[in-house]
Design a protein around this ligand. Structure first.
Ligand SMILES: Cc1cc2nc3c(=O)[nH]c(=O)nc-3n(C[C@H](O)[C@H](O)[C@H](O)COP(=O)(O)OP(=O)(O)OC[C@H]3O[C@@H](n4cnc5c(N)ncnc54)[C@H](O)[C@@H]3O)c2cc1C
Length: 55
């Protein structure tokens, strides 16, 4: 079983950007993001990839 410093529930914009900020500002933290939605992956991943590139 893995241990994490931060667990974020939900990979909507709030969750994914919280994870992004944590990774940027505190790279020593081990962050996990859990997402319940089965259909999240393709649409949100592509949208978020574009947004993260723009940051
Ligand atoms: C039809 C529609 C169109 C919209 N269009 C726009 C737009 O054009 N531009 C814009 O800026 N905003 C738009 N919005 C608003 C935007 O979608 C929300 O403001 C934004 O998604 C909120 O982000 P969030 O991370 O707070 O929540 P959410 O996006 O709701 O993300 C929460 C995530 O948590 C997951 N989750 C919930 N419970 C659990 C659990 N127990 N375990 C694991 N995962 C869980 C959910 O599956 C979801 O993926 C639109 C909203 C709707 C409904």
């Amino acid at each position: 079983m893995s241990n994490y410093d931060v667990i974020i529930i939900g990979a909507g914009p709030g969750g994914i950007f919280a994870a992004y900020e944590l990774v940027e500002k505190a790279p020593e933290l081990k962050v996990a993001v859990f997402e319940a939605a089965i259909h999240w992956r393709r649409e949100n991943a592509q949208s978020m990839e574009r947004r993260l590139r723009a940051v």
